[in-house]
Design a binder for this molecule. Structure first.
Ligand code: GLU
Length: 261
């Protein structure tokens, strides 16, 4: 299978903005193992700004654009250094791909992106994608990595996009406000009413919320790619998701027929 995995800042870093070492080590171990099993893995990783905040010892996530972009420039470097080291332990080579929204609009850039991506996969490399935050302005950026990862999954003709987040999946109402909230495990198609159960909130360091995840699901299922929302707290959950074993996560099916998956 060709799988795109998106990991959010809340999974990669502690609330301080410093790297969550145990979590990231575990994530790289599982992804390496999935590659060893024969899957093609593309990682869409947030964390540039969050890790920049940590490395620069800023007290909080900046709100002004130059500081955010400076933090992203510092953090992206740290992020790739970390992935390069950790994946190398398992014999895997990583590549960095930085994109903005404008790159998805321009046909020639899309062509280059697709060609490079398939060459990297053919060479057995693990591409790590992020938004090019340092140059992205409001007008040209995708804005959040949930949407970015859906674009990547569709362009890469992936079988599955998995969004690792700080929530288990989509609930029928807000689990932070309602102890009886029920996790929706299997969703077919993209019923519009789902958008009304999704709140807007993101974490202190990340960008997305449930709404951006649902938009990502819509992009994926409309183009024939399944999508999963799962908690990044235990990266081993990826093993169950990839083999289609039921668990505490939400899967959006692109087709009505589960029998083929
Ligand atoms: N590109 C941003 C970063 O690396 C994150 C965007 C997002 O989390 O949605 O910090």
């Amino acid at each position: 299978m060709r799988i795109v995995i998106k990991v959010g800042t809340s999974t990669l870093t502690h609330a301080t903005g410093k790297l969550n070492i145990r979590r990231v080590q575990e994530l790289c171990r599982v992804l390496s193992d999935l590659k060893n099993e024969g899957h093609e893995v593309i990682l869409v990783s947030s964390g540039a700004i969050g890790m920049g905040v940590g490395k620069l010892n800023l007290k909080e996530k900046p709100t002004d654009i130059p500081t955010k972009q400076a933090a992203a420039a510092v953090g992206q470097c740290e992020l790739m250094y970390t992935y390069d080291r950790l994946f190398a332990e398992y014999g895997h080579v990583v590549a960095q791909i930085l994109l903005t929204g404008a790159d998805f609009e321009a046909p020639d850039r899309q062509e280059n992106f697709k060609n490079t991506l398939s060459k990297l996969l053919e060479l057995g490399v693990l591409p790590v994608v992020n938004e090019n935050d340092t140059i992205a302005t409001e007008e040209i950026k995708v804005g959040d990595n949930d949407t970015l990862s859906a674009y990547v999954a569709v362009r890469a003709q992936a079988n599955l996009l998995i969004l690792l987040s700080d929530v288990d999946g989509l609930y029928d109402c807000d689990p932070r406000q309602n102890a009886n909230a029920k996790l929706l495990e299997r969703i077919h198609g993209m019923p519009e009413e789902l958008f009304s159960v999704a709140g807007n909130a993101g974490s202190a360091l990340g960008t997305g919320g449930m709404k951006t995840k649902l938009f990502a699901a819509k992009i994926c299922v409309e183009q024939g790619t399944d999508m999963v929302i799962a908690s990044g707290e235990r990266p081993q959950i990826l093993y169950d998701i990839v083999v289609g074993k039921a668990g505490r996560y939400t899967r959006f099916f692109a087709t009505a027929d589960e029998g083929n998956r």
